[in-house]
Ligand binder design. Structure first.
Ligand code: PRP
Ligand code: URA
Length: 361
């Protein structure tokens, strides 16, 4: 029967407090993840097999022991990457193999998008993932690693939910789980409460915080005020055609990222392309929401509902483009943007410069 070990150490408590704090910035958040990962690694390695060895010190021969057998570290992308270097530092000869999952937002089940394993598995695997929520990702990861042929598997997570622990122990009773805290429960979106929020977003600084949105909103409000104050400004503030071209460019970048993710063998490059794809999909959504839906589409305009429907569909497909590398989503995005351009700009579509003045002028 696998062990469930919750670390009970003053340093764990101390670093966990800073990690949970919503005001902890990404750089400090990553440092806390690393510190906690070192402590987790120490605990998780207590039962690793040792063999006898002799070492020559400057004075004499010392009878020593060293780790025996191949050890694999398996960070689960993305958030597990934040723990990887710290564990590698503690076990420098360990091999690092990568697994990538994201949680489908509707089913909450894990979807695998990356796997880099060799033909010969190590004897032991330490799976790294800071969050054990529903346990879907961890259970799927353990099954894959077990099928690969690894004999001894441990799961290292920073915060676990009771639901996740129950699922993993039910499906994989022989796996040891090490965690820094077991929290209260999952909320309706399967986030751990009180938890720390989205670990991947906090490590990689990809959260769209309220502050960011507020800043954007304030900027747009300021821009509107400027337009009203200078109603003769002929163009450049509301340049619809330019925004549509920007949307098309984002889709082109997403397409390139998808192709690179599929083709790339280098994990670092792959992760960069995944993040790049996420950013461009977010920027595309931002044009749809903050420019068109908030600023340009008005209830009294012609084709109001049809315009909104197309914009909403663009948002849905840009989310799908974030979740997959399926080029069909790119094709659909291009079609939708072309339809929106035709509907919204009509005869003005595709002219080089068709800036529209504010309706309130
Ligand atoms: C998080 C986390 C786990 C998973 C846990 O990843 O890092 O992998 O959710 O949830 P589960 O126990 O319900 O499966 P996420 O899907 O947010 O991806 P990310 O690390 O790329 O942000
Ligand atoms: N993934 C996270 O990053 N946080 C949670 O609370 C649950 C899943």
């Amino acid at each position: 029967m696998g062990r469930i070990v919750q670390l009970d150490h003053p340093l764990v408590c101390h670093h966990l407090a800073a990690l949970r704090d919503r005001s902890t910035p990404p750089r400090q958040f990553r440092e806390q993840v690393r510190r906690l990962s070192v402590l987790l690694c120490c605990e998780a390695s207590t039962s690793l097999p040792l063999r006898h060895t002799q070492v020559e010190t400057p004075l004499a021969t010392a009878e020593c022991r060293e780790l025996e057998g191949r050890i694999g570290i398996v960070p689960v992308l993305r958030a597990g990457l934040g723990m990887c270097e710290a564990v590698q530092d503690m076990i420098p000869h360990a091999e690092v193999w990568h697994l990538g999952f994201y949680r489908d937002e509707s089913t909450l089940e894990p979807v695998e998008y990356y796997r880099k394993f060799s033909d010969s598995p190590p004897a032991t695997a330490l799976i790294l993932d800071p969050m054990l929520a529903t346990g879907g990702s961890a259970s799927e990861g353990i099954s894959i690693i077990r099928d690969w042929g690894v004999q001894t598997i441990s799961l290292l997570c920073i915060i676990a939910a009771p639901e996740g622990i129950a699922r993993v122990t039910a499906l994989h009773p022989d796996v040891d789980i090490f965690c820094c805290a077991v929290d209260s429960h999952l909320n309706e979106k399967a986030y751990i409460v009180p938890g720390l929020g989205d670990a991947g977003d906090r490590i990689f600084n990809t959260m769209r915080s309220t502050t960011t949105y507020l800043t954007i909103a304030v900027l747009f409000t300021a821009a509107s005020a400027t337009v009203q104050a200078h109603c003769q400004v002929p163009c450049g503030i509301y340049d619809d055609q330019m925004r549509i071209h920007m949307m098309e460019e984002h889709v082109t970048t997403i397409e390139k990222a998808m192709t690179q993710i599929e083709a790339n063998e280098n994990i670092n490059q792959t992760v960069r392309w995944i993040m790049n794809k996420d950013e461009h999909a977010d920027e595309l959504t931002e044009i749809v929401t903050y420019y068109f839906m908030t600023q340009r589409i008005k209830p009294d305009m012609e084709n109001y509902e049809e315009n909104l429907k197309l914009l909403h569909e663009i948002m849905i497909y840009s989310m799908k483009a974030k979740q997959t590398t399926d080029l069909a989503n790119v094709t659909k995005l291009n079609e939708l943007i072309a339809q929106f351009e035709q509907l919204y700009l009509g005869e003005d579509a595709d002219h080089d410069h068709e800036a529209m003045e504010d309706d309130d002028d």
